[in-house]
Design a protein around this ligand. Structure first.
Ligand code: SF4
Ligand code: SF4
Length: 384
């Protein structure tokens, strides 16, 4: 069910998430601004359907007129920042700020007088080496930091090696700042510690995007990729094959415990040609982050009892379990996946789990008995 609509105020907003660097080339260079009439219609649609609105702006502030259009809506504002001038004038700390990492960045950080709740920093592979440095500065001005790897499709093992080392250094850095983790949220390190199920982007499931042309898209990346690639307008839209966006229909992700992974539909489509088949780059990146979270748990300053266990893996891409050197039999794969996915249930007793299964779906107990009592599964002594 769609809970949020992202609204691109112009075709110059650029992105707050994954894209390739040349994505704006495909968009008409003229500055297309969303009309006030369309904003009013989206506002009414949001109110009628109880949908949150996320206003995506770039160089322009949210004007008083805009605020008045949305005064009855639940809305948030995301600023894609490229200019110092604007950054220094945003005093609404609840806004999400999106930066492309540039030489101006240090300047911006040094001038910040207030602390923001959420920042997105879009890094490119040539700046991977400076992640620790950037992080150590951002920690002073934001409660939550998200790193987005803009050119992830181009990453090879050497970029992943650099990223892994940077995450290790950030872990060390944090171990000297014992209190930092009490209030810091880092999409690449702490998110996984707090999750027991997938928390993916869910574009096309939880949220859609309306472009300045009034057309609907799965997310902003799809608009910038090709504005023709829409599925209707705000008055009449339907996502084709919407079931393919569902987690349930992504076989590889169902075998995976990288709960913090974005499971980016846009990357899936551009790199594998299917919305429900993840790219190797996404999987390796997310596993490096997952493993860094696991290592963080080994630090003595963390109380392990506050977090669910994360188990050691010997692969960075779940596809390796199906084909390649790590491939294992169907039975072994089922055991392995059940083990890693059930880690958060480790301390619950058997009867609590059975009761929960019954409450969710009584027939599930019938099916489990069919498997376990029908001779298909025996214990190690061969006793039924
Ligand atoms: S599908 Fe989600 S994660 Fe991917 S670019 Fe779009 S909003 Fe970002
Ligand atoms: S790491 Fe790969 S398999 Fe796991 S959730 Fe992300 S995209 Fe899916």
């Amino acid at each position: 069910m769609i809970k949020t609509i992202n609204i691109l105020f112009s075709n110059q907003v650029s992105l707050y998430c994954y894209n390739s660097n040349n994505i704006l080339k495909t968009v008409n260079n003229t500055n297309l601004i969303i009309s006030k009439a369309l904003l009013k219609d989206i506002s009414i649609f949001g109110l009628k359907n109880n949908i949150h609105l996320n206003l995506l702006l770039s160089d322009n502030y949210l004007s008083e007129e805009h605020k008045s259009i949305f005064k009855n809506n639940s809305y948030s504002v995301t600023y894609k920042l490229a200019h110092n001038k604007l950054a220094h004038n945003i005093d609404d700390t609840s806004s999400i700020l999106v930066y492309d990492l540039s030489d101006e960045f240090d300047f911006l950080l040094s001038k910040r007088p207030i602390k923001y709740s959420n920042m997105v920093i879009r890094i490119t592979k040539n700046r991977l080496n400076s992640i620790l440095d950037i992080f150590s500065k951002v920690i002073e001005i934001a409660d939550r930091v998200n790193f987005i790897h803009v050119d992830l499709p181009e990453y090879t093992s050497s970029e992943f090696d650099v990223y892994k080392k940077q995450l290790e250094q950030i872990s060390d850095y944090l171990s000297h700042k014992i209190f930092a983790l009490n209030y810091m949220e880092l999409n690449f390190l702490t998110d996984r510690l707090l999750l027991f199920n997938h928390n993916n982007c869910n574009a096309g499931i939880d949220h859609i995007t309306v472009g300045p042309n009034g057309k609907c898209y799965i997310c902003p990346a799809f608009y910038y990729d090709n504005p023709e690639n829409n599925f209707g307008d705000i008055y009449d839209w339907e996502i084709p094959n919407t079931h393919l966006y569902e987690f349930e229909n992504c076989p590889l992700c169902k075998m995976c415990d990288c709960y913090q992974c974005k499971r980016c539909i846009y990357l899936n489509l551009t790199l594998t040609g299917d919305v429900n088949i993840p790219s190797k780059q996404q999987c390796v990146l997310s596993h490096i982050e997952r493993n860094a979270s696991m290592k963080l748990l080994e630090n003595e300053f963390i109380n392990k009892n506050d977090f669910y266990p994360i188990y050691e893996l010997d692969y960075l891409d779940p596809l390796d379990l199906i084909k390649g050197t790590k491939s294992i039999s169907l039975d072994d794969r089922a055991k392995h996946v059940a083990n890693i996915l059930s880690a958060p249930l480790k301390n619950y007793n058997k009867m609590d789990i059975i009761e929960a299964i019954y409450k969710i779906e009584p027939m599930m107990l019938t099916k489990i008995k069919e498997i376990l009592c029908n001779g298909n599964v025996r214990d190690s002594n061969g006793i039924r």
